[in-house]
Design a protein around this ligand. Structure first.
Ligand SMILES: Nc1nc2c(ncn2[C@@H]2O[C@H](COP(=O)(O)OP(=O)(O)O)[C@@H](O)[C@H]2O)c(=O)[nH]1
Ligand SMILES: Nc1ncnc2c1ncn2[C@@H]1O[C@H](COP(=O)(O)OP(=O)(O)O)[C@@H](O)[C@H]1O
Length: 209
């Protein structure tokens, strides 16, 4: 167990802007166990290729609402007619172990996390245009026309909350966006370790305060 707690990052975006791909690319670059993405619980049905426990914990509505009652969620919200929530114990334990945690959640959940954990770093991902957003949803090829239409209709509302976030990344060139995301994460890591080292005895020795 580390004596330096991990950083908490929220990454939000309209569906299809690229947040899951960006988080995955960043985690692939840092596969030393120093950062993880939280696996949410949802009542949405799995898409082809999605694995229970890896992409989401897929549950029915009664199970989800029971977990709400039991206070198991750090935050939860209804998005696109389905419930989504973040496990409380996983977040708290992972951060306490010194591991950085990413939450891929919507603006409603972000508000709850900011209230519970003011030190959270919030990042919003924008697509370069509405047309490109729709193109990405279509090329992802995992949602029906009806679902895509619903997601596009909600996109402007989701994007209208961008100013509630500390950082903004326009995901045009994918590699540039991963580099920007990595920069934000590394800067926060350095700030955090500097803050925590300040209180250590060893530093007193080094600078002979
Ligand atoms: N509040 C909240 N939102 C979540 C959670 N998990 C996923 N979401 C959001 O729910 C929305 C839909 O997610 P999903 O169905 O996977 O679609 P995708 O974003 O298009 O891949 C996205 O905005 C996610 O960020 C969660 O645990 N809490
Ligand atoms: N910068 C980019 N340029 C082109 N396509 C992208 C870019 N970023 C992501 N994509 C593609 O857009 C689609 C949606 O990305 P995804 O990560 O699933 O979005 P989200 O998690 O925000 O819903 C995927 O097919 C992904 O490969």
């Amino acid at each position: 167990m580390s004596n330096v707690s991990g950083n908490l990052f929220v990454i939000a975006a309209p569906s299809g802007a690229g947040k899951s791909s960006l988080i995955k690319a960043l985690l692939d670059r840092h596969d030393d166990g120093s950062m993880v993405v939280s696996v949410s619980t949802t009542t949405r049905k799995p898409r082809p290729g999605e694995v229970n426990g890896v992409h989401y914990h897929f549950v029915d509505e009664a199970t989800f609402l029971q977990q709400v009652e039991e206070g198991n969620f750090y935050e939860w919200a209804k998005v696109f007619d389905h419930y989504y929530g973040t496990s409380r114990t996983v977040i708290e334990k992972t951060l306490a172990d010194g591991i950085d945690v990413f939450l891929d959640i919507d603006w409603q959940g972000t508000r709850q996390v900011k209230a519970a954990y003011p030190g959270v770093h919030t990042i919003f991902i924008l697509p370069p245009s509405t047309e490109e957003l729709e193109r990405r949803l279509r090329t992802r090829g995992q949602d029906s026309d009806e679902v895509i239409a619903k997601r596009m209709a909600k996109a402007h509302h989701e994007m209208s909350h961008y100013a509630e976030f500390s950082y903004l990344i326009v995901n045009e060139d994918f590699e540039d966006s991963v580099a920007n995301l990595e920069h934000i994460v590394m800067c926060q890591r350095m700030r955090r370790s500097k803050q925590q080292i300040r209180h250590r005895e060893v530093l007193k020795d080094l600078i002979q305060e």
